[in-house]
Design a protein around this ligand. Structure first.
Ligand SMILES: Nc1ncnc2c1ncn2[C@@H]1O[C@H](COP(=O)(O)OP(=O)(O)OP(=O)(O)O)[C@@H](O)[C@H]1O
Length: 608
């Protein structure tokens, strides 16, 4: 179906190897990677020993050692007694659990009675072989005299507990942070009926848990959990609930990923990013209640297009919305790292929602004012950057609000930080708009994270990477939307990685595309991250490319999308087999039938 240019890629790779054109460090990194990955043709996640790629690691769960822990011990550890030593290894043990009498019942669920079984298996999703290793993060701060490597700024790898432990009832609703994540922290959600419904139930029942939700259908499953379409009982408000088995996460060293995802979701308040309505825990599960997207994902939608690729008009629309989402994430200090059409979901109104943050990197941001001026025609001067507010760097789970940046450019702090600089020098005199870069362009992570066809060369080469990886993946993404395939796909994962690093970008002869689109992709798919479009001035640089000419960035959320999904009829409870396939991703479709048994009160949860 999607052959890519595998044959060509394979030949080139052979030649290069023979000529010894690849540096040895690259070969060993790639060999290491290949040895770990090549046997996995299905969905998987690989934890590469960080110490093999870099000198140091801070995540005890990624370290190999000698001790095996059973699941009970893992849960115990997870509940706050998890001070693993460097030599402990968590090995998956029993992968099948009977749930009768577990937390679902304890929490008084009336939606499902009887035994529920969890089977630790997952139908492989299409081309979603995700790789990850935790590693050291260093942030190259571009201000004052603190240039250098900072271990510990990353929230990616230091924490080992997923979230608060359950209370004695086996249920823990994050009611404290629910205040924080209420509409006060998500000002754009104030009128959202789902917020109101959640709030009303919380006021009525005091605590939100599994018993207030009806799970209707499994939408799909990922590496760290399964996502269910669910209804807040009696409200006709529908949500996507990600259910994660805590013991399984612990045994597979994925607590940190789950925690990262939850922390990032808590930060978000953007039209093209998911809203986290609430989070609660049972003894066994950690549950994230998010906005439900009934339109499926862009990968599935692309397959339905004539020629299995989008028109340039549609590609521009989707790319523009994704770009805004990435820009927002970067301003929060989040490098997304896993952009691919499968992770771009379509809302009921046809606008997009970027999902899946478990591979994302959180890092410090160093807002930078870039002097731009219509009168400043000297390109070398145009790139001149001033640090405005380094104090915004907060390597904590607190939201780094973009609002803390802008006023300070004009306020006292900026004067303080630039004592001798008159306003004119900062580009603040009339007629010249100051341009702010608040994206983590200098953050560096050594993690090996992503999906083969989308991996940036600097990740493969283990050179350390930052937000520029998102611009690389953005280029691959745009290429896939326009041509129906990614540019460096080889005959297998190994060939793909070699192509990414060594193969020159070549556009397919068809479909015909505009010069602007090819020029943008070329600018994004520059192998040297320092030369890549977006690396200096972030998303602004990309927005200004001619491909996006005419896009009304501020109002794109009000524009008409290329396609609006047909409304999904949702009866409550949904009877198995009666739900319209619209809005169900390919992976979900494969799994329909395994989740809900026609008798009603017996549900299989399938995890991972
Ligand atoms: N908010 C949502 N609305 C509708 N479907 C969703 C939503 N969130 C996730 N899904 C679907 O559920 C499935 C699993 O999603 P999830 O984010 O857990 O994992 P993933 O993206 O497949 O992989 P991983 O977490 O391993 O990177 C996906 O197929 C996705 O399309």
């Amino acid at each position: 179906m999607e052959t890519g240019r595998s044959h060509e890629g394979k030949e080139r790779r052979g030649e290069r190897f023979k000529d010894g054109a690849y540096p040895s460090y690259y070969c060993s990194a790639v060999r290491l990677l290949i040895s770990l990955c090549v046997s996995n043709r299905e969905r998987y996640s690989v934890l590469v020993m960080p110490s093999l790629l870099i000198e140091e690691t801070r995540n005890p769960y990624t370290e190999h050692g000698s001790r095996h822990l059973d699941s009970a011990a893992l849960v115990q550890r997870w509940k706050g007694k998890n001070s693993l030593t460097d030599n402990e290894e968590l090995i998956p043990d029993s992968i099948s659990f009977k749930l009768s009498g577990d937390s679902f019942e304890e929490s008084g669920s009336t939606s499902f009675h009887g035994a529920m079984s969890i089977v630790n298996s997952c139908t492989s999703t299409n081309r979603s072989d995700v790789i990850m290793s935790d590693g050291m993060l260093s942030v190259d701060r571009n201000y004052a005299s603190t240039k250098g490597s900072i271990q510990g700024d990353s929230l990616e790898s230091t924490k080992t507990s997923l979230s608060r432990a359950s209370d004695s009832s086996g249920l823990s609703d994050d009611s404290n942070w629910s205040n924080i994540t209420g509409s006060a922290n998500k000002p754009h959600k104030g009128n959202d009926p789902r917020w109101k419904a959640i709030l009303a139930i919380r006021i009525r029942d005091g605590i939100l848990g599994m018993n207030q939700f009806k799970l209707l259908r499994r939408l799909g499953c990922g590496d760290i959990g399964s996502v269910y379409l669910s209804e807040l009982t009696g409200t006709r408000c529908f949500f996507a609930m990600k259910v994660m088995d805590k013991a399984s996460l612990a045994s597979r060293n994925k607590l940190t990923r789950a925690q990262t995802e939850r922390e990032i979701l808590q930060l978000l308040d953007h039209p093209f990013l998911p809203t986290l309505y609430t989070h609660f825990e049972t003894d066994r599960f950690s549950c994230l209640v998010m906005e439900y997207c009934p339109g499926g994902d862009l990968h599935t939608l692309r397959q339905r297009q004539p020629g299995k690729h989008f028109s340039e008009y549609a590609a521009r629309f989707y790319a523009a919305e994704v770009l805004l989402a990435l820009e927002y994430l970067h301003m929060l200090g989040v490098v997304y790292r896993d952009l691919k059409p499968e992770n771009v979901l379509v809302r009921d109104d046809g606008h997009i929602m970027l999902s899946d943050f478990d591979l994302s990197l959180r890092c410090a941001v160093s807002p930078t004012l870039v002097r731009t001026s219509g009168s400043d025609s000297d390109p070398s001067k145009r790139g001149a950057a001033f640090c405005v507010q380094p104090a915004c760097i907060q390597p904590t789970s607190t939201c780094i609000q973009p609002s803390c940046f802008l006023p300070r450019i004009f306020g006292q702090k900026s004067k303080k930080n630039n004592p001798g600089k008159p306003r004119a020098e900062l580009g603040l005199h009339s007629g010249i708009l100051p341009e702010l870069v608040a994206e983590p362009t200098a953050a560096r992570s050594m993690s090996f994270v992503g999906t083969h066809e989308y991996l940036a060369p600097e990740i493969i080469k283990a050179e350390g990477h930052g937000s520029a990886v998102d611009w690389w993946t953005f280029g691959i993404f745009l290429h896939e939307l326009l041509y129906g395939k990614t540019p460096f796909k080889g005959s297998g994962n190994r060939a793909t990685l070699f192509n990414v690093v060594g193969q020159q970008l070549k556009f397919p002869d068809s479909p015909a595309t505009t010069y602007a689109s090819r020029d943008l992709i070329r600018g994004l798919l520059v192998k040297d991250p320092q030369q890549r479009l977006g690396v200096k001035r972030g998303a602004t640089e990309i927005k200004q490319h001619p491909f996006f000419e005419g896009v009304n960035w501020a109002l794109i959320r009000c524009s008409t999308p290329p396609e609006v999904p047909r409304p999904v009829e949702m009866e409550s409870p949904v009877k198995f087999g009666q739900v319209s396939p619209i809005g169900v991703s390919s992976s979900s479709q494969r799994m329909v039938g395994t989740d809900m048994k026609p008798g009603g009160n017996f549900l299989d949860f399938e995890f991972f």
